[in-house]
Design a protein around this ligand. Sequence first.
Ligand SMILES: Cc1cc2nc3c(=O)[nH]c(=O)nc-3n(C[C@H](O)[C@H](O)[C@H](O)COP(=O)(O)OP(=O)(O)OC[C@H]3O[C@@H](n4cnc5c(N)ncnc54)[C@H](O)[C@@H]3O)c2cc1C
Length: 423
Amino acid sequence: MPFLNDQNRMWQEKAREVAEKVVRPLARKYDLLQEYPWEIKDALAEAGFFGVWIPKEYGGAGGTVLDLCLVIEQLSRACGGVGVMYCVNALGSFPILVGGNEEQKAHWLPKIARGEKLIAFCLSEKFAGSDAQSLRLAARKDGTGWVLKGEKKWTTNGGAADLYTVFAVTDPASKSRRISAFLVEKGTPGFTIGKIEDKMGIRCVPVVETVFHDVRVEDAQLLGGQPGFGFHHAMGTLDLARPGVAAQGLGLAQGSLELAMVYGARRQQFGSPINSFQMIQQMLADMATQVEAARQLVYASARSLDTKMPAANKMAAMAKLFATDTAMKVTTDAVQIFGGYGYMRDYPIEKYMRDAKITQIYEGTNQVQRLVVARNLVKETGALTQLLEAYIPREVQEGFNDPATLAAQKAGEGEAAVRGTTS
Ligand SMILES: Cc1cc2nc3c(=O)[nH]c(=O)nc-3n(C[C@H](O)[C@H](O)[C@H](O)COP(=O)(O)OP(=O)(O)OC[C@H]3O[C@@H](n4cnc5c(N)ncnc54)[C@H](O)[C@@H]3O)c2cc1C
């Protein structure tokens, strides 16, 4: 693979080996059982994968976002559920890296890096999905701590995880400093697991409701030690995590393409392998081209975060939406190439299609990603205007300061608080 350095290739090869030896043979078992695959988690911990994104000073491998994406891609190539079972630990611990104080980092990150402690990310609620700012779970100040009351929806890793990054309302009256994040341990009195969801795909990883019934946490568990920065920490986290979901989509697309290639060579109809038919060849060629385009965008977005490029969040949103839309398209085409066998649960290909669907929905739906990209484009337009305005029809520009136009523009600003669009 061009443009990868030695460190990138090391993680890629290691993950590919674990994916083939451990993950692929067990993928069907845990999809059917819908149970957490502890034996796979142990293999990932032994390979050092939980330390990839954690800096060396906190016991990690000091890898890059690109290294993390390469591991996720290879695991998802074999099983999309294992891809997310792994990368949700990055999602849960990025808030500590983004906003945690020194004590919180030193206490939790080495345990997460060793795979001793699993972590989950609790932002979404029944009434707060894309509009993450509208969450209701309340944290009330009480002496030297806080009391959490409310529920979270769709906590991936819930029940399996030891630690939960929980976003709560600490200042209902504030617009910009309404939310704070807390680190809540499994077993804290009042904290329980509610409904366990029965899912279409990614069935090996639990997704649950988490219930907080007067859960007392100390000030030391408030992320960063200062209230009011929770939304900022959540958005910083989602920007960092998006290439990982994109890599999950990429791995699923690549894995289904490979199965379709082999099936196309083996399946005979009309006395010839089906991969000799031009219509099948065209599908395979399109699938491979889409996968490669997604790969380049995922790697570029990871690098833009690693090198702190401006508008890295735009690249991350582009990668997430393109790679996960590609995953849905390519896995669906792979089922088509398998014909009737593709529709049967006896064979692994239909699982790729089921696992792919969620990648278009979570960590900001693909509609929300398009909003992130579009808002960045609007911001970037200012710099282009001076250069290009001579080529824009004059009458359009004359209408620019018209009061009716300005009022209509203002009305459109109401959408601004959509998940991930404020960073
Ligand atoms: C399996 C699974 C695992 C998950 N894991 C986690 C987790 O670990 N932690 C966590 O916090 N959350 C998690 N989520 C929640 C996930 O991030 C949300 O489902 C997602 O953000 C969308 O929110 P919603 O489902 O409430 O949909 P809604 O926000 O209600 O959206 C419904 C539809 O409207 C569209 N829409 C909404 N707003 C706009 C807009 N302004 N413009 C255009 N279209 C719009 C959406 O794109 C979507 O198509 C998980 C969800 C699932 C299903």
